[in-house]
Design a protein around this ligand. Structure first.
Ligand SMILES: Cc1cc2nc3c(=O)[nH]c(=O)nc-3n(C[C@H](O)[C@H](O)[C@H](O)COP(=O)(O)OP(=O)(O)OC[C@H]3O[C@@H](n4cnc5c(N)ncnc54)[C@H](O)[C@@H]3O)c2cc1C
Length: 289
């Protein structure tokens, strides 16, 4: 059990933007019993952060427990009808692991997320990840999660919002029941097209954490950042609002620190507020200090 719980653990490599200090504790459960046995106790003593692929997370030093779902992987088909397939998937399963099945059976519902590096089922559900007019909420039938305060597993069909869900506030997502839809199109072709669009618009060859700010009701965050002159703006350690997409921060030279992140976020929020009176809200999760 001890090997699942590490102290002062470095976090950088668990994020796509490659920035991060250390976690006081790093917990990697492999099965339900590990969660039941340890999580309620840890939750009493520390703040928790549930970590999937780290594609939407930027860490500083975190005086809490990072609960990493990297060992909670796998999925199975639980039912198949003429119109679709029900799949039960563990939270740490990378979304890309469904690609061969979706190709084989022409299953739709996750195609818009296939090009995102390291995104997991749990992280996609917690964020209600979406693109090209579709969100993962459209295929989520049920979520089984662990409530660390009560120490029990529960099941719900969650209510989702724009890039939001009841998670992680309600607890650790363990399993998700997805209903993917059979169609007569080629999954491969659709994903190739969406991935091309993504490559054209997003700086995928750099370490990044995706969209930095949520789009406010008044418009696109990227457009606002561009209009206040921040497209291509960099800190001295090379943390930049991408030239390709102003709402994506890129760690250009792999030298950026957590302080660079805090600084650049402040500059952006301040400029957009001064110019347009709009308060930008982070989409990316900033964890620790
Ligand atoms: C190049 C790039 C492109 C991107 N494009 C898009 C896009 O088109 N659309 C989009 O929506 N997002 C996009 N993102 C952002 C990111 O991929 C999504 O937010 C994704 O849902 C995060 O999944 P993850 O597993 O990496 O989560 P993490 O970054 O590990 O965590 C994100 C959030 O989910 C919570 N969480 C993770 N696992 C669990 C769990 N098991 N139980 C409870 N809570 C959990 C975390 O606590 C945190 O609040 C992009 C990111 C990158 C790097």
């Amino acid at each position: 059990m001890l090997s699942q719980l590490k102290r002062k653990y470095p976090l950088k490599e668990f994020t796509t933007i490659k920035i991060g200090g250390r976690a006081e504790l790093f917990f990697t459960p492999s099965k339900e019993e590990d969660i039941i046995r340890l999580l309620p106790k840890l939750a009493q003593d520390y703040p928790l952060y549930y970590l999937g692929g780290g594609s939407n997370t930027i860490f500083g030093n975190f005086k809490g427990v990072v609960v990493y779902t990297g060992n909670l992987k796998g999925w199975q088909i639980v039912k198949e009808t003429y119109e679709g397939v029900y799949i039960e998937a563990l939270a740490g399963t990378p979304i890309k692991d469904f690609y061969p099945l979706c190709v084989e059976k022409s299953l739709f519902g996750l195609e818009m997320l296939m090009g995102i590096p390291r995104i997991t089922v749990g992280g996609a559900v917690a964020m209600n990840a979406g693109a090209y007019g579709r969100e993962i909420s459209s295929v989520v039938e049920k979520v089984i999660y662990f409530d660390p305060t009560e120490g029990v597993f529960k099941a719900i069909k969650p209510q989702f919002g724009y890039r939001s869900s009841p998670f992680p506030q309600k607890g650790l997502v363990l399993k998700v029941l997805l209903k993917l839809e059979k169609k007569k199109e080629s999954f491969k072709r659709v994903v190739a097209k969406l991935s091309r669009l993504r490559r054209e618009k997003q700086p995928l060859s750099y370490p990044t954490a995706g969209s930095t700010f949520k789009n406010p009701p008044q418009g696109y965050a990227g457009k606002l950042l561009q209009e206040v002159g921040l497209k291509g703006f960099c800190t001295k350690n090379g943390l930049c609002f991408s030239e390709k997409h102003a709402n994506f921060l890129v760690n250009r030279d792999l030298k950026a620190t957590f302080d660079d992140v805090l600084k650049i976020l402040d500059i952006a929020k301040e400029r957009v507020f001064r110019e347009f009176g709009i308060v930008l809200q982070e989409e990316v999760k900033i964890v620790g200090n």
